[in-house]
Write a protein that binds this ligand. Sequence first.
Ligand code: GDP
Ligand code: IMO
Ligand code: MG
Length: 462
Amino acid sequence: MKINNKYKVTPIIGLQWGDEGKGKGVARIASTLSKNDLIVRFQGGNNAGHTIYHKSKCYVFHLIPSAVFGKALMHMGAGMVVDPAALLREAKAIPKSVSFLKRLSISPHTVLTMPTHLILDSISEKNKGSKKIGSTGKGISPAYSDLTARKALRVGDIFYNDFEEKYVALREEHRKVLCEQFDYEISKREVKEFDKKFFSGVRFVKSLRVVESAKIVEEVFGRKHKVIAEGAQGTLLDIRFGHYPYVTSSHTIASGVGTGLGIPPVLVGETIGVLKAYTTKVGEGPFPTELGGKKSAIWCRDKKLIDEKIFYANPNPNSKNEFEQGVALRRAGSEIGATTGRLRRTGWLDIPLVKYAIDINNSTKAILTKLDVLDGFKEIKVCVAYKINGKVVHEIPFNLSRVNIKPVYKSFLGWKGKLHSYGKKLPKQALDYIKYLEKTLGVQIIYVGNGPEEHHVVERFW
Ligand code: GDP
Ligand code: IMO
Ligand code: MG
């Protein structure tokens, strides 16, 4: 495959609110790489859920890069927060026949997520009531908070004799906060169980190659090979440039590659953006193109898939009821959280939002995913602008939650039958949609996803 970024890291970044299909895109690109190339994660933790199908079997990666089934080296970068117990679980779920451990390394700067971070995350979310963010409960915000408070434990610390002592001190500090602020007690038995799992995970981390992220990047560039950075979450979830406070706690954008790996910005090349053919979001926060508006947000917060199936056995994609159309999108796209099992909120593609993401990431190429999910929709809508207080605007406002926003839509005709059945020759209506996106967004769409499995891809431009 052609990547122009010779000796620059190529970021692969979600252009929406996460779950765009980054895992499948990364796995596809990884399948073209050699054993001297490198795939890195540079931020986030196991709040990420990256799904891939390999030989028709489904795998979800949370911490390990989505390149296990390829040949390339894999690295968990300095900007990540890693729960050692979760990492060990994830590694154990990979078939024994796949040799990946020798290819996997981690930075000494990577922050260790502790069991008490997970409890702090869940309990503080619960206490926020209607102001909750809808976090994944994986301890992400407390772990990054400890980093900025300059007391986090990092991978490099595990090699010192006082590691256990430091762990116990921080664990006890967390327990005190839980007790005093939230009236929440962790029993001695629970503490023992947590510690056991944490330290098994730590022993696993010790067995990996521990290397500075910048050093491994330099080694790979020194051998004149490629480095791909697998983004987690999406641009609109970036801690600073997302829809704050409905965001995660790390820099999800291409600039995060620099600080997440400790490499100069000049080494970060053009981004490959991952773009879903419509929009989804998990958790709370504004979502201008959400089908069914507030009703959908509440429904997805309170209901499970099993409840939804009782109300909507066969949702109609062409229903006059927008909420039902949203349900149809969710079902056709299996839009259920890969990490938490929550219903993902669904809506039409939002061009101003994606343009913002493309600009911020310097995305020149894009992977368009899940176009097949629009099979059966006679009309496909795209939000091209917003109406705010009667005025048409083409840019997303600073604070989406504080304005009364109405999407302005443009319609496209759907295609007949299943996209997949057209093979590599996409139907005219799908091509019209793709070409419109390329022109409006100023990117080249290099892959189009027409199903969840690894071979469900239409390659364009090479
Ligand atoms: P990520 O977090 O960005 O890696 O995305 P997720 O794995 O959380 O969610 C994407 C979902 O869409 C997964 O269930 C994938 O298997 C699925 N998927 C990816 N690409 C396609 C596609 O082109 N078509 C369909 N139908 N499903 C896809
Ligand atoms: P991938 O990599 C979608 C969302 C959560 C919540 C907010 C904060 O699979 O695309 P956190 O646990 O990070 O403190 O939650 O961010 N969120 C994601 N949404 N995909 C993800 O990752 C996400 N990771 C976090 O739902 O709204
Ligand atoms: Mg995901």
